[in-house]
Design a protein around this ligand. Structure first.
Ligand SMILES: NC(=O)c1ccc[n+]([C@@H]2O[C@H](COP(=O)([O-])OP(=O)(O)OC[C@H]3O[C@@H](n4cnc5c(N)ncnc54)[C@H](OP(=O)(O)O)[C@@H]3O)[C@@H](O)[C@H]2O)c1
Length: 276
């Protein structure tokens, strides 16, 4: 499919890398115009735009630090100037300090809120203003830190929980405009930020967590982008105020774990091993 002026317009924050970038390619393959937002990596944003064009879509890149309200204004102004409307707003960019709560300083708390929660609310306000009378879609990318507690993730987890709460309130307020609002909640997803998190000094090895995931692997950016794409599709038109979890089952398991069982119990799930 080739992009046309009537094609949907999508703004994805943090789409120079990771989940946002994969989503940009998927929407482009449907002919969308995609606004690639980034903070630091202009080269990667231009690569993402080249991928969008190669996939059959079109778009622009816009540098905007979403921690800064004036940058958010400029980002949406750029969308309005270029396209005059917005159909899909996907809030994917995130950043935070990974520290024990006892070590969180005032600036960590304030910046975490500004970057991960305030930016979503300000973005949604501006997105709604640009959405046509026929409606639109808003999706925020959250994580299992909104549901479960683990080392150093308190700030970001609390922000993701706040976003999921905003999703419910936005769904009721924007519903009459035919705008749906949902979250996609990811488990361990194989991107740069996963490497960064497991690189925190003293963090438990990633393998010790992956073996607990019922599907036995990390998710991919494609797994996440596919779920967002579904929520943007006509098939999801009556779904709003929801959190769609994409975590390979991570948030439904609890100790004792199958991988820690032995003997017949272990064999019943993993098959008979020859080394015992
Ligand atoms: N990876 C996981 O394990 C995982 C799991 C669950 C949920 N998630 C969530 O998925 C979303 C995407 O994560 P990811 O792993 O795909 O990210 P990523 O690969 O680390 O990419 C982050 C993106 O955000 C942009 N960004 C960072 N700070 C920004 C700012 N202040 N303003 C604008 N853009 C900014 C980056 O742009 P630059 O490169 O230009 O800085 C980059 O495009 C996040 O909300 C994350 O919490 C991730």
């Amino acid at each position: 499919m080739v992009s046309t002026p009537e094609a949907p317009v999508a703004l994805i924050t943090g789409s120079s890398r990771g989940i946002g970038r994969v989503l940009a390619g998927k929407l482009a393959a449907q002919g969308a115009n995609v606004v690639i937002n980034y903070k630091n990596n202009e080269d990667l944003a231009e690569e993402a735009l080249a991928e969008v064009r190669a996939a059959g879509g079109d778009g622009i890149t816009v540098r905007a630090d979403i921690e800064q309200p004036e940058d958010i204004d400029a980002l949406f102004a750029a969308v309005g100037d270029r396209y005059g409307r917005l159909d899909y707003f996907v809030a994917s960019a995130a950043a935070s300090a990974f520290k024990p709560i006892s070590q969180l300083k005032l600036h960590h708390l304030d910046r975490n809120w500004a970057m991960n929660v305030r930016s979503f609310v300000l973005g949604a306000q501006r997105a709604v203003e640009l959405m046509p009378q026929t409606g639109g879609r808003i999706v925020v990318v959250t994580s299992y830190g909104s549901l479960r507690a683990f080392p150093t993730y308190a700030s970001l987890g609390a922000a993701k929980a706040a976003n999921e709460s905003y999703v419910k309130f936005m769904a009721t307020e924007f519903g009459p405009r035919n705008i749906t609002v949902n979250a996609v909640n990811g488990g361990l997803i194989d991107t740069d930020s996963l490497e960064f998190f497991y690189g925190v000094p003293g963090m438990a090895p990633m393998e010790s967590v992956l073996e607990k995931v019922p599907l036995g692997r990390a998710g991919t950016a494609d797994d996440m982008a596919s779920a967002v794409q579904f929520l943007l599709s006509p098939a999801a038109g009556y779904i709003t105020g929801q959190v769609l979890t994409v975590d390979g089952g991570l948030t439904v398991v609890a100790p004792p774990f199958w991988v820690d069982t032995t003997g017949d119990l272990h064999d019943a799930v993993f098959g008979v091993t020859t080394d015992r």
